[in-house]
Ligand binder design. Structure first.
Ligand SMILES: Cc1ncc(COP(=O)(O)O)c(C=O)c1O
Length: 437
């Protein structure tokens, strides 16, 4: 087998560094192995890079490309709108239609506000919760990511020696330059521990609890049975706004997101990524009594590009296709096939590992005896070997995230999955040989 090489990408990134820090536009595209890649085009499950490699993609742009790359219907909808105008600085029928579709699909959605990124949507949800309750404190969970802004970038990946005891984690700033005061009203708890939430909320001074309802960013961890309901009940008892961050799970876990799949309805939820298959769309959706505070003044939410008409046309096309009967069942059965395939390869190779999460977005963690239940369990993951494995996999034409996540799309069919599993087996073999050498 000829292995893919990435020399042109490597050289182009080195040149681009003269104009762009690190040659990239997001910190999360930086420092990937063997190099940040430069792409020319994408279609279906494939990415084509400037070295001439055709890669089977499981990054799927970190979540948005749920219908695969360049789906004809979404592109056509966007193209039709291009002819009619790019940005009106006012409303369009398209955003009304998109909002209505979301209200029909998502259990908590009685009203919708659009934004352009998940980080902004998180900012708006927290602002709404604080305005609604007149309280300042927000509770978030270790290992959960809600965007890169100062208000929420706390304890996403805290180092073991600085995270404090599990019963009382110490909020850890995720970035140099972050305003320490922005964390003054952020408290961090360990996830999947219902008693910790109940105890904290009983004090009656928490504005909002925000969480990924399935912990996708750091580890494909499902909520323990009854956990989400216990948090829901604690929030209801204490008048705290429950916010589900469905930026990854929204329109991916189920048509109505993780809240529909798992049967627990938050007060507010935020969406982005799969909502528009690659266009910059995010949304806050939630209960009318909270959301309508935006109509009565006093709470500021702006955004020049909010509900951009081309992106709204893409949103409608994406959500319509995702609403087709059988879509999620098919994606789930194929996702299970891939999870089983990967598990089988690792078992046969005698590598201790877990493969966990939802079939549409799952996580492979080397070195764990049993599925993690929260961030602290993930500290035992063998990340170094996994990066070697994803690098070997990339050389074999399959692109998966170094951090362990695998994003499926409607376009990953059985043949693609079987090709992926064969490449994974070969990559595992090469890493084992390398380790023995
Ligand atoms: C769960 C979650 N919330 C929020 C965000 C932030 O979204 P964005 O990158 O669109 O600002 C992300 C991004 O990866 C995410 O995964």
């Amino acid at each position: 087998m000829t292995l893919c090489s990435f020399d042109k990408s490597k050289n182009r990134i080195a040149e681009a560094k003269r104009y762009m820090p690190g040659g990239v536009s997001s910190q999360f595209r930086f420092g990937v192995s063997p190099t940040p890649l430069v792409f020319e085009r994408a279609e279906g499950v494939y990415l084509h890079d400037i070295d001439g490699n055709r890669l089977i993609d499981y990054y799927m742009a970190l979540g948005p490309m749920i219908l695969g790359h360049s789906p004809a219907d979404v592109i056509q909808a966007a193209r039709d709108q291009y002819e009619r105008g790019l940005l009106y600085g006012g409303q369009s029928e398209l955003e009304f239609q998109a909002a209505r579709l979301i209200c029909e699909m998502v259990p908590c959605a009685e009203r919708v506000r659009f934004a352009s990124s998940g980080s902004e949507a998180a900012q708006l949800a927290l602002r709404l919760a604080r305005a609604m309750t007149g309280r300042s404190t927000v509770v978030k969970f270790e290992g959960h990511y809600h965007g890169w802004l100062d208000s929420v970038l706390w304890s996403v990946a805290p180092p073991a020696d600085l995270m404090g005891p599990e019963a009382q984690p110490v909020p850890f700033a995720g970035s140099a330059g972050q305003d320490p005061q922005a964390g003054a009203h952020v408290e961090v708890l360990s996830w999947n521990r219902p008693e910790l939430v109940a105890e904290r909320l009983a004090l009656g001074d928490v504005a909002a609890v925000i969480m990924e309802p399935v912990m996708c960013n750091s580890g494909g961890i499902l909520p323990a049975p009854g956990y989400l309901q216990a948090v829901r009940d604690a929030c209801s008892r204490s008048g705290t706004v429950l916010i589900f961050d469905e930026v990854i799970t929204g329109f991916r876990a189920a048509p109505g997101g993780a809240q529909q799949l798992l049967g627990v309805t938050p007060d507010l939820a935020i969406f982005a990524k799969a909502i528009a298959n690659g266009f910059s769309v995010a949304a806050v959706a939630g209960k009318a009594d909270i959301m309508d505070r935006l109509a009565s003044g006093g709470i500021v939410h702006g955004g020049t590009y909010n509900a951009q008409p081309v992106a709204m046309a893409a949103t409608i096309a994406t959500l319509r296709r995702l609403s087709a009967p059988g879509t999620y069942e098919l994606m789930a059965s194929r996702g299970h096939r891939l999870m089983e395939g990967i598990r089988g390869v690792l078992d046969r190779a005698g590598i201790r590992a877990t493969v966990t999460g939802l079939p549409q977005i799952f996580h492979v963690a080397l070195g764990l005896e049993k599925p993690a239940t929260n961030y602290r369990d993930l500290l035992a993951v063998d990340r170094k070997t996994y990066v070697r494995l994803t690098t070997a996999l990339l050389e074999r034409g399959v692109r998966a995230l170094e951090r362990g996540s695998w994003f499926m799309s409607t376009e990953h069919d059985e043949a693609i999955i079987d090709t992926t599993v064969a490449a994974f087996e070969d990559a595992v073999r090469s890493v084992l040989v390398e380790q023995r050498a």
